[in-house]
Design a protein around this ligand. Structure first.
Ligand SMILES: [Zn+2]
Length: 426
């Protein structure tokens, strides 16, 4: 297949050559003006500055050129595809009623204690067939891709028994393997979301997961990551240590829901050497220090703060403490139903005084680190050709529009995504 040449772009924001941790001024961004890119198959082959692009473009018009040229005729800013490193977008049912109760003043914890919250989604998800779940996930995945998310983590955690956790993970795998219409999905086993009522103690349930569920997840190759929700109303830190160490011994990569309502989870993440600690709304400099020492990526989830009307995680202070910080949507039916990562990141950046460089890094190269992926998140030779183009002439326009400017060009694995709504059925 011929290599593809695309350009000229008003700006190519490569996200290359940036430090992996700590604050980033916009001057650090490597921005190419009027340049182009060459794609070979599903990878980026070359990134061209303005001068080189002109030369290569002329060559591409000569007879017998191995390059297929697509002219970008309008102003466009090119970025790496967005990476959403934390979602729960495989679920059935709606919690709109519960949302109404919350905005009328009831607390999340009160609602959970009365049978709402996560258990309400567990009941709906257990009732759904695997085909039904595939369909619901596929629809949301398509929505995400059209907003520029080309890689997306998806957790299980609404099954909470062997059959239904496997059903969720199989649905995620099916959508991931089905076609190019969806982001690349990274599955995570979050069976330790909350303890289901069938179990009397947290320890019994976690032992059951280690002995019965995780071996099957491993055997079928359904997920390489294991997550646990550590908080009031979920699992206590001391039990989480044991669970994650056992999962790690089985070959899983541990990640943690930490410090959303009370602190404790970030300490576990540091002790077990988790890949990321996510939420961190209540974390302080003490927790940041632990995370930094163990090089745990901090993932902040502004969508859940928006859904709960809660304070944002202290993202500014995390960066100033020298952490690698990623921004994810936490798309879930309870606390973060919006699922629009760019709107959420834009609002967070205004609230927390994050530079554009810090915000985009948290959505691309630093988000890739949260998932342990080295082949994406930057525009440079050898990386996956997952790219998004915004119809504007400078990167500042994107956050300025606070998520209301959508990408008009989306490329996944070198292929242009057509805006045809075609979610899979059954
Ligand atoms: Zn979550």
């Amino acid at each position: 297949m011929a290599k593809q040449l695309l350009g000229p772009f008003s700006e190519i924001v490569t996200m290359d050559r940036l430090p992996e941790r700590g604050p980033l001024m916009d001057e650090r961004l490597h921005v190419i003006r009027d340049g182009g890119i060459i794609i070979d198959g599903d990878k980026i082959f070359d990134v061209l500055d303005g001068e080189s692009f002109k030369q290569v473009q002329q060559l591409s018009e000569m007879k017998g050129s191995p390059l297929e040229y697509t002219a970008i005729k309008r102003k466009m800013v090119l970025l790496p595809g967005l990476i959403d490193s934390h979602t729960h977008m495989c679920f059935a049912g709606s919690r709109a009623k519960e949302y109404s109760m919350r905005i009328s003043g009831e607390s999340y914890v009160q609602i959970s204690e009365h049978g709402g919250g996560i258990m309400s989604t567990v009941r709906s998800t257990r009732l759904a067939s695997e085909e039904g779940l595939r369909s619901l996930l596929a629809e949301r995945a398509l929505e995400h891709l059209l907003r520029g998310v080309t890689t997306c983590e998806v957790k299980s955690g609404y099954g909470l028994d062997v059959e239904n956790e496997l059903k969720m993970l199989r649905a995620i795998r099916w959508v991931n393997q089905s076609n190019d219409l969806y982001p690349r999905l990274i599955p995570t086993c979050l069976a330790a979301h909350v303890r289901p009522p069938e179990f009397k103690t947290d320890q019994n349930y976690l032992d059951f997961l280690v002995n019965k569920l995780l071996p099957l997840v491993k055997k079928e190759g359904l997920a390489q990551r294991v997550d646990i929700y550590i908080d009031k109303g979920a699992f206590p830190p001391d039990l989480a240590d044991g669970y994650l160490f056992q999962a790690k011994n089985m070959g899983f990569v541990p990640v943690v829901h930490a410090d959303q309502f009370v602190v404790g989870g970030a300490a576990v993440a540091a002790r077990v050497g988790a890949m990321s600690a996510d939420h961190l709304e209540r974390s302080t400099e003490r927790e940041f220090k632990w995370l930094k020492e163990k090089d745990v990526v901090a993932v902040v989830l502004p969508g859940s703060s928006l859904g709960l009307g809660d304070a944002f995680a202290p993202a500014r202070r995390m960066l100033d403490a020298g952490l690698c910080m990623a921004i994810a949507s936490d798309w879930n039916p309870g606390t973060a139903p919006m699922g629009d990562l760019l709107i959420q990141a834009s609002i967070l950046s205004a609230n927390q005084k994050l530079t554009a460089a810090e915000t985009f890094a948290g959505l691309t190269c630093r988000a890739a680190r949260a998932l342990g992926l080295e082949d994406r998140g930057r525009i440079k030779p050898g990386q996956l050709a997952d790219l998004i183009g915004f119809p504007c002439d400078s990167f500042e326009e994107i956050l300025y529009r606070q998520g209301s400017l959508s990408p008009s060009l989306i490329i996944k694995g070198g292929k242009r995504v057509m805006r045809a709504p075609n979610p899979v059925g059954g």
